[in-house]
Structure formats: structure tokens, C-alpha cells
Design a protein around this ligand. Structure first.
Ligand code: ADP
Length: 257
């Protein structure tokens, strides 16, 4: 608690009454703590590829100076590290932009049908490279929700991309759009048939930089920020993310508008 004592002004200038106030600051302490953890995590994530770049540059200037074959290989790795830093900075910028408009609900009307078609086309090359079929079960008629088209594309691209990356061995990703029925909002669910996610991880998936397996995430070009971005966008849209998963059978990520 933050305790303040303030004298109450009286007519003769002498303070005879005081106001004692107690303010609960535990929440702002938590927010402060989260911010400093976030900065530490982000710096660490950037430092890893930077350290690797420095190492390769020093090797190219020294021991590998006259070895064009090694030079070519190292440049390839250095490019990957730069791409990784780019992805991270893009995601960090997305998050900070979303934080700025967290309380402004989007007002456009967006038809989810063409939007999901766009997501499928954008991810087709990735799915093909992983030997995955993306199957979409969409209704005939348009399904409108209040939303921001680009942000919703980002949400579904993230979820379908995760389903492809982490559910690769399932060979199939199913996207189902269920239009609103009486009193119930529209739903989009993305199902994979991969290894699934253990129950204890599920509540933490949307935390920044939370990964079930850091090495797997890195090797799959993850930044650990994808689901945090999804959650921010959905909060702004007054929509919910519901995650259900069964080990050995796969996961379903549902967005309920
Ligand atoms: P990343 O950039 O690491 O993919 P995300 O925030 O998108 O970060 O996801 C967080 C973590 O959740 C991932 O690292 C992965 O461990 C886990 N995850 C996300 N989607 C799935 C899925 N469909 N199946 C299994 N694990 C998943």
C-alpha cells in the first residue's frame, strides 16, 4: 500500500484534521514487473542472434578469411539470423501498436469467408512444403463480424501457421467456420492432428515469449509472440480464444466472436 497523510486546511491556518489515504498498488507493481520482464526477454531474444552474427563476422575476418566455401556457408547462417531479428522486431512493433489501441473496438464489418480463403492461399506454400493439407469447411452465405480485416488475417494466419508447424505429423489441418446462431456468435476453429499440448501449458500459451519447447519453436522460426499478438487482437474484437488439446491426438484453437 502507498500511504499518504495530508493536512486539511482550516480557517486559522492550523491543521487540526488530517486525511489518511491508503492506495493498493500491488497491481501497478505487477504491471511494472511484467514490463521489466518483457524488456529483459526481448533483449535476450535479440542478443542471441546478435552474438551469433558477431562470432561469424570475426571468423570471416580471421580464420575463414581465405576460405570462400566456409564464407558462403557462414553468410547463409548470418542471413537467417538477420531474418530472425527482423521477425522479432516486426512482432514487437505489432504488439506495441496493438497496446496503443487496446480500448478502441474495431467498427468495420468484415466477411469471414473471403478472409479465410485469403489465409488459406497465403499459407498454401508453407503447408505444401510440410506436406500438409489445409481443409476448409465454410458455409455458403457470408458471415459478417465487426472487425479489422488486416488484424483478423493476422490472427488466422498465426493459428493456421502454428497448426501446420507444430502439428506437422498430422498431415492435415481443418478450418471450420460456424455462423452465428440464436444468441451465439460466429466461431472459427482450427484443428490439427499433431502431438497436442499438455494441460499445464495451455493457460500460459498467450504469454509473451512463452513456448512449450524453446528449441522446437526456434527451429520452426517462431518468436514466441504469435499467440500474445492473437490474444491482443481478439481482446480488442471482444472475441475469445479457446484452446482444447489432447496429447497424441492434436489441438483445436477456437476463436469465438
Ligand atoms: P511461436 O512463435 O513460438 O510459434 P506462439 O506464441 O505462436 O509462438 O506459440 C507459443 C507456443 O505454443 C509455441 O512455441 C508452441 O510450443 C505452442 N503451440 C502453439 N500452437 C500449437 C499447436 N497447434 N500445437 C502444439 N503446440 C502449439
Amino acid at each position: 500500500y502507498l500511504v499518504r497523510v495530508a493536512p486539511m486546511p482550516s480557517e486559522n491556518g492550523k491543521a487540526t484534521h488530517f486525511i489518511l489515504s491508503f492506495r493498493d498498488i500491488s497491481e501497478s507493481r505487477v504491471v511494472e514487473r511484467m514490463r521489466s520482464d518483457f524488456v529483459a526477454n526481448a533483449s535476450h531474444e535479440l542478443r542471441t542472434p546478435l552474438a551469433s552474427l558477431q562470432g561469424f563476422i570475426e571468423t570471416l575476418q580471421g580464420p575463414a578469411k581465405n576460405d570462400p566455401k566456409a564464407g558462403e556457408r557462414f553468410l547463409g547462417i548470418m542471413l537467417e539470423q538477420v531474418q530472425r531479428m527482423n521477425r522479432l522486431v516486426d512482432d514487437l512493433l505489432s504488439l506495441s501498436r496493438l497496446e496503443l489501441k487496446a480500448h478502441i473496438a474495431p467498427s468495420d464489418r468484415v466477411d469471414l469467408l473471403p478472409l479465410l480463403g485469403h489465409v488459406r492461399d497465403a499459407l498454401q506454400p508453407l503447408a505444401a512444403s510440410l506436406d500438409i493439407e489445409i481443409a476448409m469447411d465454410l458455409p455458403q452465405d457470408p458471415v459478417f463480424v465487426a472487425g479489422d480485416r488486416d488484424e483478423l488475417i493476422q490472427v488466422f494466419e498465426n493459428l493456421v501457421q502454428n497448426a501446420c508447424k507444430y502439428g506437422q505429423e498430422g498431415k492435415r489441418v481443418e478450418v471450420t467456420l460456424t455462423p452465428a446462431t440464436k444468441g451465439q456468435g460466429a466461431e472459427v476453429s482450427i484443428r490439427d492432428f499433431g502431438p497436442g499440448i499438455a494441460e499445464e501449458h495451455i493457460p500460459r500459451l498467450t504469454e509473451r515469449f512463452y513456448r512449450v519447447n524453446v528449441e522446437a519453436s526456434r527451429s520452426k522460426k517462431g518468436t514466441g509472440l504469435g499467440l500474445a499478438i492473437v490474444k491482443h487482437i481478439l481482446t480488442r474484437h471482444r472475441a475469445r480464444l479457446i484452446v482444447k488439446s489432447e496429447m497424441g491426438k492434436g489441438s483445436v484453437f477456437t476463436v469465438r466472436f
